[in-house]
Ligand binder design. Structure first.
Ligand code: 13P
Length: 244
């Protein structure tokens, strides 16, 4: 653990209906006071309702993407200002599922990040290599290039978090070794424009492996997918971060 702020962030992806807000309420009830940051990023349809459900709690609400523009003729898109207005305080940008499904480049991610900062949102910038890139020994080259290309100008620990998510570890139950995570996070820390920016690990983080991942020096928390959907799974991950 470094001196950066600790954060456990849940990415609900395209999951969640209003009834699932009970999971957010259960989490808030389990952690009335927190030393580390805890964030839930539901689909855009639930941001407003979740912000209402968590009002007065220690848990923050975030979004999963935004458009780089402020407003206008962009059917189906949502601006950073709209997310902030709905109650989001943070936004995940450049997730590999968006880079893959929507062809998002690092340059576009940086544009979105700039728009998010203007709207007052903290950005969680995601980077990560494919399995083929890791097997070819290109992991550090790939993630450092993504980092340099995706950060907004003026990125600091006050407006930016970085999440390292190896694509082959997402939703697979597989993770890099602790040494491999440490190697990437050490390289990222050395390349950050502000060394106090929090560095999250993401990819098959579960209650069973969270504590050992949080014990790595340059890991400041986690970006969690599947295990963030239920309070009974995310709760122990939050507890492991609090204890780290
Ligand atoms: P899983 O935790 O389901 O592997 O997903 C990780 C992720 O993509 C979080 O953004």
């Amino acid at each position: 653990m470094s001196d950066a702020c600790k954060l456990a962030a849940g990415n609900w992806k395209m999951n969640g209906l209003r009834a699932d807000l009970d999971e957010a309420r259960a989490l808030a009830k389990a952690f009335p006071k927190l030393d580390c940051g805890v964030l839930l990023c539901p689909p855009a349809t639930l941001i407003s309702a979740m912000a209402e459900a968590l009002e007065g709690s220690a848990i923050m609400v975030g979004a999963q993407d935004c458009h780089p523009g402020e407003k206008g003729a962009h059917t189906g898109d949502v601006s950073a200002q709209m997310l902030a207005d709905a109650g989001a305080r943070q936004v995940i940008l450049g997730h590999s599922e968006r880079r893959g499904d929507h062809g998002e480049s690092s340059a576009l991610v940086a544009e979105k990040a700039r728009a998010a900062h203007v709207a007052g949102l903290v950005t969680i910038i995601c980077i990560g290599e494919t399995e083929a890139e890791r097997d070819a020994g290109h992991t550090l080259d790939v993630v450092l290039a993504q980092l340099a290309g995706s950060l907004a100008e003026g990125a600091t620990s006050a407006n930016t978090v970085v999440a390292y998510e190896p694509i082959w570890a997402i939703g697979t139950g597989r993770t890099p070794s602790l040494e491999e995570i440490a190697q990437v996070h050490d390289a990222l820390r050395a390349s950050l424009p502000d060394p106090a920016i929090s560095l999250l690990y993401g990819g098959s983080v579960k209650p069973g492996n969270a504590a050992e991942i949080f014990a790595i020096e340059n890991v400041d928390g986690a970006l969690v997918g599947g295990a963030s959907l239920k309070a009974k799974d995310f709760g122990p991950i939050v507890a492991a971060l609090e204890a780290s």
